[in-house]
Design a protein around this ligand. Structure first.
Ligand SMILES: Nc1ncnc2c1ncn2[C@@H]1O[C@H](COP(=O)(O)OP(=O)(O)OP(=O)(O)O)[C@@H](O)[C@H]1O
Ligand SMILES: [Mg+2]
Length: 263
């Protein structure tokens, strides 16, 4: 009998990311278990977006490994220890398994909500039109936008645009969902409708990493909080540990500057 624990859904080991001379990520180590919800906090410019972008390979890591479900992404180049090469075919696969929702929605402006959600199903998953449309309509319904399928983004509110973007990510049936400040671009009165959708996904047991400045939401949403500083995970723990009893001075200072939240 195999009694070893199942591998984490995501394992990140020694992840570094440089832009020229600027080393933004300096060794991120992170295991994410299936169903875990993680909120990522950190000052502006600390590398939160860069970390998420490396996890779905919109940016290629400069060093380090990413494993999904026990499988390493990329291959070490023979004889060049530590250097990892990635094939486009593999990265296309990974981007289906790891969905991402952006602060600025990133919808195609010349396509309706329905067409935006269908796009990846058609071009990446190569689904036929009827199946893609059925799945896209299901996902729009799920985020409460069944009646907006034919609207172009210009005729949607910010909260609706973000819900379309979430429907688009969900349609690809990702194993892991990444959210990069999904409510930061929204007027305050539109934040709630997006958080409701994210909370419902959390209740379904989905595995999610969420970058946010909404400390109060992070407290209720997350099983674990990561605080990023100086390119590493500076402090992590349960929401109570990190948000109510931070041990590190940097974490304390960050939270003091976000003192508008209530638990
Ligand atoms: N494509 C890029 N080329 C060069 N530098 C970049 C690139 N992307 C990010 N950076 C730099 O990396 C650093 C981290 O940026 P990142 O966007 O990851 O920060 P962040 O924590 O998401 O900040 P914010 O809270 O403002 O969104 C910044 O100094 C930024 O200028
Ligand atoms: Mg960012």
């Amino acid at each position: 009998m195999n009694t070893s624990a199942p591998p984490p859904l995501l394992r990140v080991t020694g992840l570094h990311k440089r832009f020229g001379q600027d080393e933004v990520l300096k060794g991120i180590d992170l295991d994410v278990q299936p169903g875990e919800r993680i909120a990522i906090l950190g000052a502006s410019g600390s590398g939160k977006s860069t970390l998420l972008r490396c996890l779905n390979f919109m940016e290629l890591p400069s060093a380090g490994r990413v494993e999904l479900d026990g499988e390493a992404i990329g291959k070490e180049r023979p004889g060049r220890s530590g250097e990892v090469v990635y094939s486009e075919a593999e990265l296309t696969q990974v981007r289906q398994r790891v969905g991402m929702v952006f602060q600025q929605f990133n919808l195609f402006p010349h396509m309706t909500a329905l067409a935006n959600v269908m796009e990846g199903l058609r071009t990446v998953k190569r689904m036929d039109r009827v199946d893609a449309e059925r799945r896209a309509r299901e996902q729009l319904k799920r985020v409460g936008l069944a009646d907006k399928a034919d609207n172009y983004p210009a005729r949607l509110s910010g909260g609706q645009k973000q819900r379309v973007a979430i429907a688009r990510a969900l349609a690809m049936e990702p194993e892991l969902l990444l959210f990069d400040e999904p409510t930061s671009a929204l007027d305050p009165e539109l934040v709630g409708e997006v958080l409701v959708v994210i909370r419902a996904l959390a209740q379904e047991g989905r595995t999610m990493l969420l970058v946010t400045h909404e400390v109060g939401f992070a407290y209720h949403f997350a099983d674990r909080i990561l605080f990023i500083a100086d390119g590493v995970i500076h402090e992590q723990g349960t929401p109570d540990e990190v948000l109510k009893h931070p041990r590190q001075a940097r974490t304390q200072a960050f939270l003091a500057s976000h003192n508008e939240f209530t638990f």
